[in-house]
Each structure stands twice: as C-alpha cells, then as structure tokens.
Ligand binder design. Sequence first.
Ligand SMILES: NC(=O)c1ccc[n+]([C@@H]2O[C@H](COP(=O)([O-])OP(=O)(O)OC[C@H]3O[C@@H](n4cnc5c(N)ncnc54)[C@H](O)[C@@H]3O)[C@@H](O)[C@H]2O)c1
Length: 239
Amino acid sequence: MKLAIIGYGKMGHEVERVARERGHEIVSIIDINNRKDFDSKGFMSAEAAIEFSRPDSALKNFKECFDRNMPLVTGTTGVWYKHLDDVRETVINNKLTFFYASNFSIGVNVLFAVNRFLARIMNGLPQYNVEIEEVHHVHKLDSPSGTGITIAEGIINNIDRKRRWVEASGVSSDDLVIHSLRDGETPGIHEIVYESDVDVIRVKHDAKNRSGFALGAVLAAEFIRTKKGFFTMNDMLNL
Ligand SMILES: NC(=O)c1ccc[n+]([C@@H]2O[C@H](COP(=O)([O-])OP(=O)(O)OC[C@H]3O[C@@H](n4cnc5c(N)ncnc54)[C@H](O)[C@@H]3O)[C@@H](O)[C@H]2O)c1
C-alpha cells in the first residue's frame, strides 16, 4: 500500500519501519514544519494516512485528511476524545474512512476484552474494590492514558457500583481511581487490580517496546483499504 505518515516522532518512526517491513511504500511524511505537504502529490497519492501527533494537533490533522477524502488511521490520544461523537458524525455523513484506537497493541485489546468480562463477574462481588494503575514514559503529554480511560470505561459500563473515573484517591466509593505514574522510558504498563480483605486479583499488560502499537496501526491501514466508515479495534479483531 502507499501510506502517508502524519507526526514523525517516536511512533511515526516506528510506523515507518514496520510499514516498510510489511512491504508498504511511504509516499509522504508530514510533521509540524511541512504541513503544506498535505497538498503535495506524494500525500495525495497515499491510499491511507497514519497519524500519531500531539493531543492538541489531532483534530487539525483529521480535517486536512477529511478535506482530501484521505482514509485515516489515528493513534493520537488525549483531548480530542471529547469530540469523538462529532468526528464519528462527520465521517458517517461524508462517507469518509476513519480508524482510531487508544491502543493499537493486540495484547492490550485482549486485555480490554478480559477487563469487560471480569467486570461483569465482579459486578456481583461487591467485596472487591477495583483500581487501575498505568505507567508510561516521562514525555507522555496526556494523563491518565487513553488506554487507562478505555479500561475505566469497560469497568464503569459493567460494574454498577462504579460511576466515574478519577485521578486522585477516590473521595467516594463509586469513584474508580486511575493511578498514573510517569517513569523513565517505559512504553506502557496497564494493570487492573481488584482487592478484597482476603485477596488481590491483578490483570496486567506490559508493552516491551513500541513495535506492537505500530504494527496494529499498519494492520488497521490494511484493514480499511477498501472500506468506508468509522472503525475501531473491535471491528478489526472481532474480540
Ligand atoms: N494508540 C496507540 O496505540 C498509541 C501508542 C503510542 C503512542 N500513542 C499516542 O500517539 C501520540 C504520539 O506519540 P509519540 O510517542 O510518537 O509522540 P512524539 O512526541 O514522539 O511525536 C509526536 C510528533 O508529532 C509532531 N507534531 C506535533 N504537532 C504536529 C502537527 N500539527 N502536525 C504534524 N505533526 C505534528 C511532533 O513534531 C512530533 O514529531 C501521543 O498522543 C501518544 O499518546 C498512541
């Protein structure tokens, strides 16, 4: 496939490496200093763009792609999630192609599925409190992580006694606490911890490097090649 990369930081470089390894051609790389290249022949020749930029740049980049009818895969996390419903509406109304994931790792998406399943069981076992712990590198801009929020939503949607996620220690028993730590160059650790007076159940994903995220994003670009619509990892992995 001919692919464009938007955001050429840690993830952009990893996407480039993985995409080339899978036989794809990188026809355009856009970062903050060459945004005029959205109008380049290279960009316009792409069959899909893969975007990993900054939380506050994501929506601008989506618009550049939507205006050019460019299929888009995005992994950028953070503030733009508040506009998710608007983005979905724009995509559907204009018959565009859009794929987003708060985490492209296959393993983390298995964790999401296990999390939902476990939460349904734990809904009937009120002796367990639940908390989430996430650890990332010190350069990460958003907190809690998009993955932490997705895990929290999986719990809140399935456990009646948890109503909202909070970052500090919970003030109310229906708060679900997410502990966010920033440490060195850690690519990403997420852990769901259920605790009662007599035991602790921990379910944990620990990313060894960024390759798994990049591979998931490239697989997503391959997945949307002939499709129109709004897609997530659930569509691709059928978990
Ligand atoms: N969904 C996932 O699986 C996943 C995995 C890892 C990281 N992320 C997220 O991806 C994003 C990027 O992560 P990273 O580690 O590569 O960050 P990074 O800081 O290394 O790279 C971001 C790049 O985006 C560029 N950029 C900033 N504004 C831009 C703009 N307006 N147009 C084009 N490029 C612009 C920066 O110059 C930089 O090169 C973050 O939001 C991070 O949380 C998601």
